[in-house]
Design a protein around this ligand. Structure first.
Ligand SMILES: [Zn+2]
Length: 519
C-alpha cells in the first residue's frame, strides 16, 4: 500500500462541488490524474480515474474569483492504494476477457438496434382497401404473451382518428364516416355509422391495455378490418360476427301508428331573417327529424292539481315545435303522433326507425309527488346514459321505466359501447336546448341530465342525437298555469326550434356540407 498526497488545483462550479467530491470518494482505485483543470472535464476525469482508490478528499482552501459563479478551490486528495498491477483485469487473460465482454456487448447492441428497425409486421387492409404494413408486438393477454397489433396502429392504417377515454376505458377509431368502439378487457366491439344499425363483433381475446397502449390480438385484427370495411354494406355472417338488428317485430298493428305529419318547406316569413336564410335552410344532410309527443289517449302522463293532462301539453308543444322548426331546418319533420292516440314506447321507437330519424326529440312535462311536487320547478333536458341523479331515476320511471338491454336481447357490454358513442352529439343537442329554452319560457334551469329512457332506444342504436325534454313541473300549480297557456306553449315551441336550429348551425360548421356526418 502506498499513500501519497496529491494537490489538485481545480476550478469548481460551486453547485457541483459536493457531488464531485462525493463521487471522488466513491472511487476504489489509486488516482492517476494529478491535475484537473476544470469541472467541465468531469466525465473525462471519472473515466480516467475509475481505478483510483481515494481515501479522502479534503478541501484545503476556497477563494472567490471575479466571476461570482465560480470558486477557486484547492483540494487535497489522499490516495489509499497503489495500482495493483497484478489485478485480474491487468493480466493478459483479464485483458482478453475484457475485450470479449466489450465486443459481445457492442454486437448485442447492434443486433437489438437492427431488430428494432426490422420489427415484425403484418399486411393489413387499410384505408381505401389498400395494403399497409402494421407492426406486430408481443403483449401479455391474461399473463400469457401473445402477438397483437396496437389499436393506434389500426387507426393509422385506416388513416382515421384515434381516441381513448380513460375513465370509460373506451377506444374509438373513426375512419371514412364509420366508428369502431372497443372496451378494454372486453372481447366485443361495435362498428357504427350514424343513422345505420350498428354491427357487433367479437375478438378472440379481450382488448388489452399494456403500458398505456391498447392492443387487439393478431387473430382478430383481420376479421375486424374486413368487418369494418364491409360494415355499412352487408353485415358479414360468421361465428365471430353478430349483427345487431333492431329487435322490433314488423307485424306491429299498423292502425295504431298514426300518419306522419310533414310540413311544407315554406321559407320563413320573418322580415328579420337575413336574405340568405330565406332560401337556404339549415343542414340539408339532416334528412329527418322526429318529434315525439309523450303519452296519449288512455295514458295521460302526469296530471296537474287543476286537472291539466301532460299528454295534451306535450302534443300541442310538439305540433307547434314542428311547425317552427320546419321554417328553419332543411330536413323533413315527423311527429310520432298529431292527435290524441296511444302509442307504446316500442311503436315510437319503430316510428323513428321507419322514418330513419337523424335527430330524435321527445317532449314531456315533469311531475313530482307530494310533498315536493307543488314546489318543484324548472326545465330538464335528458340524453341517454346511466341516471345522473335521483331525479333522473324518478323521471326514468315516470316515462316508462329504465331501458334494460338484456330484456331486448342486447348484450349489456355492446349496449354500453353504443351508449358511449351516442353521448357526444346528444349532449351537444341537450346543451343547445338548455341554453335557450328555460330563459325563453321563464323557468329555472334544472340542468342537462342523463337517464335510460326507452323511447331513445332507436337513437342509441342508430347513433343519432336524441334528447328528452321535460318542459316544466305540471305538479306545481304556478307551472301548471304556464303549461296550460297556449301563448306560453308557443314560446316554448319557438325556443325549442331555435335551439335545434343553433345545433344544426353548429353541425354545419363542424361538418361542412355534411361531410363525415352521416349515411
Ligand atoms: Zn311524460
Amino acid at each position: 500500500m502506498r499513500a501519497c498526497r496529491l494537490l489538485i488545483s481545480i476550478w469548481l462550479r460551486s453547485i457541483t462541488r459536493d457531488l464531485f467530491l462525493s463521487m471522488l470518494r466513491g472511487l476504489s482505485r489509486p488516482i492517476r490524474i494529478l491535475s484537473i483543470f476544470s469541472v467541465e472535464d468531469f466525465s473525462r476525469i471519472l473515466f480516467r480515474t475509475w481505478r483510483a482508490d481515494v481515501k479522502s478528499v479534503r478541501l484545503k482552501s476556497e477563494t472567490f474569483t471575479s466571476e461570482p459563479r465560480y470558486k477557486r478551490a484547492e483540494l487535497t486528495v489522499i490516495e489509499k492504494e497503489a495500482l495493483d498491477s497484478a489485478s485480474f483485469f491487468h493480466s493478459p487473460r483479464g485483458l482478453l476477457l475484457y475485450w470479449i465482454i466489450g465486443i459481445t456487448g457492442i454486437m448485442l447492441a447492434v443486433m437489438i438496434m437492427a431488430s428494432a428497425v426490422r420489427a415484425e409486421t403484418i399486411k393489413l387492409q387499410g384505408a381505401g382497401r389498400k395494403s399497409f404494413d402494421a407492426e406486430v408486438v408481443s403483449v401479455p393477454f391474461n399473463g400469457k404473451e401473445s402477438k397483437a397489433v396496437r389499436l393506434r396502429e389500426i387507426a393509422r392504417i385506416l388513416e382515421g382518428s384515434f381516441s381513448y377515454d380513460g375513465a370509460a376505458k373506451i377506444v374509438e377509431i373513426t375512419s371514412e364516416g364509420k366508428t369502431a368502439r372497443f372496451l378494454i378487457d372486453a372481447d366485443r366491439f361495435i362498428i357504427s355509422k350514424r343513422g345505420m344499425s350498428q354491427i357487433a363483433g367479437r375478438t378472440s381475446k379481450p382488448i388489452v391495455l399494456f403500458r398505456g397502449a391498447s392492443y387487439i390480438d393478431i387473430i382478430s385484427v383481420k376479421t375486424f378490418l374486413r368487418q369494418f370495411h364491409n360494415a355499412a354494406l352487408k353485415p358479414l355472417p360468421g361465428r365471430l360476427i353478430q349483427a345487431l338488428p333492431l329487435p322490433i317485430r314488423e307485424n306491429a298493428k299498423p292502425e295504431t301508428v298514426p300518419l306522419s305529419v310533414s310540413f311544407p318547406n315554406v321559407p320563413a316569413a320573418s322580415t328579420h331573417s337575413e336574405p340568405a336564410k330565406l332560401n337556404s335552410k339549415l343542414a340539408p344532410f339532416i334528412h329527418s327529424i322526429v318529434i315525439d309527443a309523450g303519452h296519449g289517449a288512455h295514458d295521460p302522463g302526469a296530471i296537474g292539481p287543476s286537472g291539466l293532462k301532460e299528454k295534451d301539453v306535450n302534443l300541442d308543444v310538439a305540433i307547434k315545435f314542428g311547425k317552427h322548426l320546419s321554417d328553419l331546418a332543411a330536413g323533413k319533420i315527423f311527429l310520432t303522433r298529431n292527435t290524441d292516440v296511444f302509442l307504446s314506447l316500442k311503436e315510437r321507437v319503430e316510428f323513428a326507425k321507419r322514418h330513419r330519424a337523424d335527430i330524435f326529440i321527445s317532449i314531456h312535462s315533469n311531475s313530482m309527488s307530494p310533498p315536493h311536487g307543488r314546489t318543484a320547478s324548472g326545465t330538464e333536458v335528458y340524453f341517454f346514459s346511466a341516471p345522473s341523479d335521483n331525479e333522473a331515476r324518478l323521471a326514468e320511471r315516470l316515462e316508462g321505466g329504465p331501458f334494460d338491454p338484456k330484456a331486448e336481447g342486447i348484450d349489456p357490454v355492446l349496449w354500453d359501447l353504443m351508449v358511449a358513442g351516442n353521448v357526444v352529439e346528444s349532449h351537444k343537442l341537450a346543451y343547445s336546448v338548455e341554453d335557450l329554452l328555460p330563459s325563453e319560457i321563464g323557468l329555472p334551469k334544472r340542468g342537462v341530465k342523463s337517464a335510460r329512457f326507452y323511447v331513445m332506444y332507436y337513437g342509441v342504436v342508430s347513433n343519432i342525437p336524441s334528447i328528452l325534454v321535460e318542459l316544466g313541473y305540471i305538479s306545481n300549480p304556478t307551472e301548471e298555469a304556464k303549461l296550460a297557456d297556449a301563448e306560453w306553449r308557443d314560446r316554448a315551441a319557438k325556443a325549442l326550434a331555435s335551439a335545434v336550429a343553433n345545433y344544426l348551425r353548429d353541425l354545419e360548421r363542424r361538418y361542412p356540407s355534411g361531410k363525415g356526418w352521416s349515411r
